[in-house]
Ligand binder design. Structure first.
Ligand SMILES: [Zn+2]
Length: 475
């Protein structure tokens, strides 16, 4: 008897496990089955296959890191517009276009044409230009300036000369030069000669500035011609001739699709889902892999925007409020696309109920699978409101102890916050070692996690989209 029991238990055991698992499974789908039909139809659009298919294309080597500006960025923008159109959205730009375009200046410093001499005609050694604005020609005295002194009291005329000692790298070095140039310009200087060592970062940046054109962003705008001097600062009378910048005007585009709300009143108001389409592009000669794919940053966010557009558009009853889907250009150069939208909004900003900006959702921190953190948690009640709903499908939206405060100003939501809109970034990731590196590849993304996060954002925003709740800014 006992043998018979244990045998039958042994036989039954796998079946029992199967039943338990099956029971758990059916309970999970029972939770989804409790959701309204509209929500279920939307959720059915957000599958791992679709998520992977979209992000693998956006982060492919063929799109060359979607640099600003580049032909590949424009291809990515055309893809987003086509997907919006395919989902049945209306163009949210001027005259029903899916694009909001602006002309950007792409600038390059000229490789030759600089004259730097004593007035007696003796050439002074230099590494060339770091930056130039307009063509400039000057003969007269130079003034040696100590950058540590109070520059606001300074009165200058002609060329300022500075011994450059900073060890800042890359963008930080450029910002420091830009700040110094601005102060010297305000003091009356017409050009700046920075004396530096050959191994200085500025010399590398000077070479890059004449080899490659770049988008002029407010952060990198240097308001004076800057020449890099060699050796000891020249004193006395000099002659300086600098050619003007080589300028190309290029169109850049935000892509905007609108799903009009179904309520005659509430449709005036909109919830805005955004992500930045650009990344760092390709940097040939930097190593074996020179393409910065930006799979997590921020092809993952754009994939969320596209998949959410499909999900909302698939609901048999459209949400009461309008839902706008948008991708930005130029985030990596200083939030340029979102600043453009904030300056020339195609939807009245006071009628934007909330901006859900999606950034880096593909690589969760340890222990934070299927969880989303919102930046600027304390600035409004948006995160709490969305969490109540996303919890229905088991996705948590929370305040990250470090990143929520630290990164509130670090992405495109900030351009809208500055205009008084409730705008936050939603992230479900980590600052991993591949951040802003060529290894930010789609193969390293956690697709099941990403898919659940997008589902969480979809369910999490239903109350707001349907006018049941309205987020409020903190007092
Ligand atoms: Zn980003």
């Amino acid at each position: 008897m006992s043998t018979a029991i244990s045998t039958s238990l042994r036989t039954l055991f796998p079946i029992l496990i199967f039943i338990c698992l099956g029971w758990t499974d059916s309970r999970l789908s029972a939770t989804q089955a409790d959701l309204p039909e509209d929500h279920q139809r939307g959720l059915a659009q957000i599958t791992e296959g679709r998520v992977k298919g979209t992000v693998a294309f956006l982060a492919s080597d063929e799109l060359a890191g979607r640099g600003t500006p580049s032909r590949e960025f424009n291809i990515a923008a055309a893809f987003v517009a086509a997907r919006f159109q395919g989902a049945g959205l209306k163009g949210g730009g001027k005259d029903g276009s899916f694009y909001q375009e602006t002309m950007m200046r792409e600038v390059q410093t000229p490789a030759s044409g600089v004259v730097y001499q004593t007035t007696a005609g003796i050439d002074l050694p230099h590494f060339g230009l770091l930056a130039a604005t307009d063509a400039f020609d000057y003969s007269g005295p130079t003034t040696l300036v100590d950058p540590e002194q109070d520059l606001s009291q300074l009165k200058l005329d002609g060329v300022a000369t500075v011994l450059w000692k900073s060890e800042a790298k890359g963008n930080r070095a450029i910002s420091q030069v830009a700040r110094l140039a601005n102060s010297l310009k305000a003091a009356g200087a017409k050009a700046l000669v920075l004396y530096t060592a050959e191994e200085s970062e500025l010399v590398q940046l000077g070479i890059a500035a004449r080899e490659r054109s770049r988008i002029e962003s407010p952060r990198s705008q240097i308001s004076l011609p800057v020449l890099l001097g060699k050796g000891d600062p020249a004193a006395g009378e000099v002659r300086l001739t600098v050619p003007g910048l080589i300028v190309t005007e290029l169109p850049m585009r935000n892509v905007i699709g609108v799903l009009e709300g179904s309520d005659p009143q509430l449709k005036q108001e909109a919830i805005l889902f955004t992500a930045h389409l650009d990344h760092l592009g390709a940097r040939p000669g930097t190593g074996e892999d020179s393409i910065y794919n930006g799979a997590d940053d921020d092809a993952s966010g754009c994939t969320a925007v596209l998949t959410l557009a499909d999900a909302f558009a698939a609901m048999p009853t459209r949400p009461k409020r309008s839902v706008i889907f948008m991708t930005f250009w130029g985030e990596e150069q200083g939030l340029l696309g979102s600043r453009q939208f904030a300056a020339e909004p195609t939807w009245p900003l006071e009628k934007i109920t909330a901006n859900v900006n999606i950034e880096m959702i593909g690589r969760p921190e340890a222990g934070a699978n299927e969880k989303i953190w919102m930046t600027g948690w304390q600035a409004s009640d948006l995160g709490g409101l969305m969490n109540v709903e996303s919890a229905k499908i088991g996705v948590e939206i929370f305040e990250h102890p470090r990143f929520s405060a630290m990164l509130y100003r670090a992405s495109d939501n900030w351009s809208l916050v500055e205009k008084g809109v409730i705008a936050h970034s939603f992230s479900a990731g980590s600052l991993h070692a591949d951040y802003h590196q060529p290894d930010d590849e789609w193969e390293r993304l956690n697709i099941p996690h990403m898919t659940r996060v997008i589902q969480g954002l979809f369910i999490g925003s239903q109350g707001i989209c349907n006018g049941l709740v309205t987020p409020k800014a903190a007092k």
